[in-house]
Design a protein around this ligand. Sequence first.
Ligand SMILES: [Fe+2]
Ligand SMILES: [Fe+2]
Length: 369
Amino acid sequence: MSRARYPVYPEPMANEPYIDEPPDHRRARKMAAWGLGLALFPILTCGGCLAAVEAGRSEEAVWASLGVWALSCVFAFYGGVLGIRSGRLRPSGRAKAAAILGFAVPILSAIGGFAAGIAMIPFQRGRAFRRRGLPQLPEDVAGDQWRDAPRESLTVPAADRSAVAAGWRAMAATEAASIAAFASLAQQLLAVGAESLLVEWAHRDGLDEIAHARVCYEVAHSIDGRRRGAAPFPAAILPPDRAPTFRTLAEECLRESCVLEAASAHAAAALVAAPALDPGVREVLRTIAVDEARHAEHGWEMFRALAARAAEPVRTERILRELEESAPQALLDHDRYERFGLAGPTLWDAAVRRAIQEARERLELRAAA
Ligand SMILES: [Fe+2]
Ligand SMILES: [Fe+2]
């Protein structure tokens, strides 16, 4: 008996499942698929931009990733157009999604990226070490290279212990970054030929910051018993973003010392005055308040000396306005740990505004003299 022979049809290819599909429908389906893929592209590139900023890549790398994101937005708009054209040929959910997302995703990724970028700006205290336009801070790592004289344990409720210790280590990181800031300041003062007294102050103030960093790491240790210090900080040897001049250094002194170090002194002094503060922490903050106030005064002396030798006018009002508008971020996003010596946003904001106001008054007095 012979077997019936049936015609053998080829199996549909994986990428062509609709073998009997009318050509128009096939075109519409492919256009919708491409449109949807292109529409989602800016999400990936926006993530890449944020990763480049977070990783502290070079300014060129950040600009290049922004360029790729802008190009991906053009592709996304084209994806939206493909979605509209596909929907005209054959309405489908995918075509509608591509048409909407093609125009919505570039806008949403721009808004989301901007918000995330703002949130990624590190907090700052005292003289910040700015490179590539942002304050740079070291991480912390296990080790005893930054230990100070042993301290009595600071009593913190168990639920808050790790957060308060992390706050003190974050404060230590700002102090460690200030060491790099003063070292760089000393080099830049030498580079422009400033008076030796200014170079000496930069070094002396940098030594204070070493002591501040050590004592802050030690307070953190007294809270959670973990011995940690500043991690390797490769950004410390990055060159300044621009070649120093008397004018740029005077403006830097106004921003970093006359205002931000004065703000640190005000914030520390306000915490010292709080009656519920731990006595051991009070002593630490009192020392920091006195030192930061001295750094701010050195800043004013440096500002006067540098501004007098600047070839162009120093843009004092612009610096103060930028500080007001940028509202330097606090160490914490709440005020609950002031009794443990950590300034929250209310206190820090008031300290910065007071320092800006004082700077404006001193500059007006100077102009009137
Ligand atoms: Fe300090
Ligand atoms: Fe300082």
